[in-house]
Design a protein around this ligand. Sequence first.
Ligand code: FUB
Length: 448
Amino acid sequence: MRKHILPVCWYLLLVSITIQLHAQNPLVRNQYSADPSARVFGDRVYVYPSHDILATEGRGRVGWFCMEDYHVFSSANLTDWTDHGMIVHQHKVPWVKPDSYSMWAPDCIYRNGKYYFYFPTTPKDTSYARGFTIGVAISDKPEGPFVPQPAPILNVRGIDPNVFIDKNGQAYLYWSQGNIYGAKLKENMVELASDPVVLGELPNKGLKEGPYLFERNGIYYLTYPHVENKTERLEYAVGNTPLGPFKFTGVIMDESPTGCWTNHHSIIQFKDQWYLFYHHNDYSPTFDKARSIRADSLFFNTDGTIQKVLPTYRGIGVTNAQTQIQIDRYSHISDKGASIAFLDTANKFQGWKTVLDAAGAWVQYNSVDFGKKNPKSVMVRALSQAGNTLQIRVQGINGPVLADIPVTGGNDWQVVKMSLLQFKPGRQNLFVISKENNRIEIDWTSFE
Ligand code: FUB
């Protein structure tokens, strides 16, 4: 079960609802989320995703993307995320076509004391654009409140805005509409300062969208989803200036293993580590317009090329041993006798369980912080019809045994608590192993 802590201050409830979430992948556990634009503001990471909802008759187009608002999420440690609530709604933007439900992939950037939130959507006045254009909302704080501008940015037609501010202070807006476009932004951040140009030399065949540009060691990385085969994968090209020309250089992430047709990403450096934020469809395996954002670590080679990122469940951040450790978000899993399933297929936001059904089957969950204070016991929420014993080890599959936990047979979930045989301080990789052949399902484990 996931833990949601609602604020006690009634006046906060009137403004927006703030919810605390513990998360690995996916990062957002209380709603669908897509197209994550991550930014480092101060000592926190803020993520501005799209917010997928399910269309119904009269609300969006059934079977297609449906988005009416945006939330912002932030974290200081990449494990505990705060949902700051809704920051922009289509019905609060004066120029948006009210029945469009097309608040697609956004971005946000800081300049001169203000936060500028860019979002693509459909205007009711087609003289701005037939189809999508891009608007801006402005705030004094990264979590809002954001005030939408009365009109969209002129001379922009397309989706997926991304903003980059170069070392000399010049800001650029990027977006996509078949091709990827770029233009300079004025100092006011809400008007173009140059005519849009098509960025080259990118692959000609197959859809390209979702540009995200960043600079590292004098290299400008233009990164983008591209349909090289049947679904999108994340690629990058490099150049010497913010508007190119760029040279295709490689693939950052292959096509989604779960068949999610889109991917959309951002790349940040936070406390000396680079991260890729992207999306899959974790909570909606059979409908890929209801997506979930994720993050994994990203590494550069010494020549500046990017190593391919493999999507993981474990994701990023350290997990406090005293929280409910969701081992179904594993780092590694045994080849035989171990699998993951939804706890409740009728309510997928309940999350997942680990299923072990062979003696010796195991899951490994990395980076659990035990701190310095000795925990005395371990708890596990588990269900085993025939009964089984779980073994908890650290450091390796043959590493020190912390506990053997007998789970008696029955049809109900039970929380079983056992004293620890020994304790290993600091950050540990955790192994949960089935000792017998009887099937056992595990929701979470925790130390106290
Ligand atoms: O979320 C709607 C669209 O799907 C985005 O704008 C694209 O980048 C793709 O992720």
